[in-house]
Design a protein. Structure first.
Length: 281
C-alpha cells in the first residue's frame, strides 16, 4: 500500500517534458539584466524598452527608435539599399554581413531618413548595435554624410543617435577616414547655420565617440550609457591609476562637462520637439 502511494506521488512530481517547455513561444518574456525582473516583451516594447521596475534602458533597434521619435506616418527612409563591400579581402566578411542583414532586417549599421517630430521637420540617422556592433565602416560614414548634406540642402535640423563599438576593423583605414568625412560634413552644416543634435546611447565608443557623436550643438545621452574612446582596462594600465566606478557613464560625463543633459528615453521625443520649436525660426 505504501509502495502504491509513493508511486502515485512520484507521478505528480515529474519535471515538465521538453515538449511542454517548447510550448512557451521564444521571445515572449524578457529578463531585465539590471534588476532581473521578468516581463512580457510586448509590454517592454510599449514602454520603449525601458524596464518599468528599475528604469534600465534596453538596447533599441533602429526602426523602433525612429518610430519612437517621429510622428506616426511621417518617417521616410533613404539610402536604404547601400551595402558594404570587402575592399581588403577580409576572410568571411561578406558572410558575416549577410548574417547580420538576416538577423536585423537592415542592410547596414545605420538607418537614415526624414520625418516630423511634433510637426517640425528633421533628418535623422540612427545607429543599430545589433549590426556588427554598430561599427563604422565606409557605408555607415557615407550614409551619415549624405544625411547631413540632405539636412543642409533642405535647411532641416540633423539628429543622430549613436550606438557603436568604434571603427570597423574589416575595412581598416577606410573606416578611419569616415571620422574625417563625417566631421567635415557637420562643419559645413555648422557654417550654414544648421542645427545638429547628438544623442549617445549604450554604447558609444572608439572612433564614433571621437568624431561625429561628440560634435553636436546639443550633446545628450541616455541614462547610464557607456561613452568613451579607449576601454577602461587600457586606460588604467596606461595611467596606472584606478578609475571611479561610474567612469565613462553618461552621468560621469555630464558631471565633467562633456554632455549637456542626460535624457531618459521616455522624455526624448518631447525634449527634441521643444528644441526644434526653439530653433524653428
Amino acid at each position: 500500500m505504501l509502495k502504491d502511494f509513493l508511486k502515485k506521488k512520484k507521478r505528480y512530481a515529474t519535471i515538465p517534458s521538453e515538449r511542454a517547455k517548447q510550448e512557451v513561444p521564444e521571445g515572449l518574456m524578457t529578463k531585465c539584466p539590471a534588476c532581473r525582473t521578468i516581463m512580457y516583451t510586448k509590454e517592454l516594447k510599449k514602454n520603449l524598452y525601458v524596464c518599468d521596475t528599475c528604469g534600465h534602458h534596453h538596447r533599441m533597434a533602429a526602426y523602433d527608435r525612429m518610430n519612437s521619435i517621429f510622428d506616426s506616418g511621417t518617417f521616410v527612409e533613404f539610402n536604404q539599399n547601400m551595402t558594404s563591400l570587402n575592399p581588403l579581402g577580409f576572410d568571411a566578411y561578406e558572410e558575416k554581413l549577410e548574417a547580420d542583414r538576416k538577423k536585423t532586417g537592415i542592410n547596414e549599421a545605420v538607418v537614415t531618413g526624414e520625418g516630423q517630430i511634433g510637426g517640425f521637420g528633421a533628418v535623422a540617422a540612427v545607429m543599430d548595435a545589433r549590426f556588427r556592433m554598430g561599427s563604422m565602416g565606409s557605408v555607415v560614414g557615407e550614409k551619415i554624410t549624405l544625411a547631413v548634406e540632405r539636412a543642409i540642402d533642405k535647411k532641416l535640423p540633423f539628429i543622430l543617435f549613436s550606438a557603436s563599438g568604434g571603427a570597423r576593423m574589416q575595412e581598416g583605414v577606410l573606416s578611419l577616414m569616415q571620422m574625417a568625412k563625417t566631421s567635415a560634413a557637420l562643419q559645413k552644416l555648422h557654417r550654414e547655420g544648421g542645427l545638429f543634435i547628438s544623442i549617445m546611447t549604450h554604447p558609444t565608443t572608439g572612433g564614433v565617440s571621437a568624431s561625429f557623436a561628440s560634435l553636436g550643438d546639443y550633446n545628450f545621452a541616455e541614462p547610464k550609457a557607456l561613452i568613451g574612446f579607449a576601454g577602461r582596462r587600457i586606460i588604467e594600465q596606461t595611467i596606472r591609476q584606478e578609475l571611479p566606478d561610474d567612469f565613462q557613464t553618461a552621468e560621469f560625463l555630464l558631471k565633467h562637462g562633456q554632455l549637456d543633459r542626460v535624457v531618459p528615453r521616455l522624455e526624448m521625443k518631447e525634449t527634441l520637439r521643444n528644441i526644434l520649436d526653439i530653433h524653428a525660426s
